[in-house]
Write a protein that binds this ligand. Sequence first.
Ligand code: NAD
Ligand code: DAU
Length: 372
Amino acid sequence: MTYDRTIIITGGAGFIGSHVTRLFVNKYPNYRIINIDKLTYAGNLANLKDVEDKPNYKFIKADICDYEDIRKIISSNDVSGIIHLAAESHVDRSIVDPFTFARTNVMGTLTLLQSAREYWEPKGYEGCRFYHISTDEVYGALELTKPEGDPSAKECGGGPFGDDFFTETTRYQPHSPYSAAKASSDHFVRAYHDTYGMPTVVTNCSNNYGPYQFPEKLIPLFINNIRHRKPLPVYGKGENVRDWLYVEDHARAIDVIFHQGKDGDTYNIGGFNEWKNIDLIKVLIRTADRVLGRPEGADDDLITFVTDRKGHDMRYAIDSTKLRDELGWEPSLQFEEGIEKTVRWYLDNQEWLDSVTSGDYLKYYEKMYGAN
Ligand code: NAD
Ligand code: DAU
């Protein structure tokens, strides 16, 4: 079989990467999709079980910081597109171990950019694209100017917890080592566009939720804890606000932007769906209890307020109007429906949750690929 083009997806064994890989492998049988992943604790090939035998899918275990490996993979496979998701992604880990975040998120991105440039520049970048997936956290934090929430906010054109949003022109002001490293990688991508003429595109997305998210992040961690009746550690007073987007909607946006986004441009992706943590947690408890057949309120006492995250950003809210107006993308799923699907998925896939929380999947990789 000959393919129209070969695309690398980095971090395809992670949460969002697995959804993007699945979408591309199934939707584009004419593309060869190479998933490059180091399989850190966050990478899990079980996330891709349903596509691993497809003829247009190939997995390569590699570190994006390994310049020789990455150069070889790009040239020997005649790669013309890179969708870059591989990263260290958990804010709490970045507070404990910032060096790993600088290495992977900054040096890894730079290694990919330079390797792609060496192969693409002599061909004048014809038909090539480097798509960098970033986060809304690079913009810093918004204030909570309406702490009680304003249910009529949408009609007034503002957010329920404040009238301002992050737009594509908001100044970068990262606070955590994670967001500082992501901000730095975004700058490198733009520098490769402006300096070397590389066709790049950057997107900054809000919090994703859905199946296959590593249970260190709020939603899967709390669903798993509710299932085991373990305490739910709410940072601070639970007043921080996040804007939640169903992961398959993010994957759809990535598809649209990879194919139709303007070279050198930036697009914000978000759900216009802001929730205060404590309110979201109450919805999670109510939904999980209903699905588990427990009486309403049975697990409310699991809520445990703990010491706040250092430098905890108060509010994120993304304005994705540009993406809607220019490329016609909008979130497809209502939050109630998305949360119901998500809670059911984790409770129906307890084997996946158990293997991830016990670390069993890592032992399997060590046997297959050697230790990292
Ligand atoms: P994740 O932690 O679930 O997955 C990251 C993947 O990258 C894993 O498979 C891991 O093995 C791989 N990886 C890590 N270091 C690597 C290296 N050195 N070489 C090769 N592979 C490596 O992350 P996620 O939540 O799916 O996030 C994916 C991307 O999207 C990240 O760039 C993140 O910054 C961005 N993002 C995430 C969210 C979110 O809510 N999760 C929102 C906006 C943007
Ligand atoms: O905004 C996009 C970002 O969203 C991505 O770039 C990151 O990769 C992703 O991890 C996510 O970052 P957050 O820090 O917002 O997600 P997290 O799930 O860690 O936390 C969500 C909120 O819940 C945050 O305000 C912290 C709080 N929290 C989190 C955990 C894990 C708790 O109160 N208790 C917890 O145990």
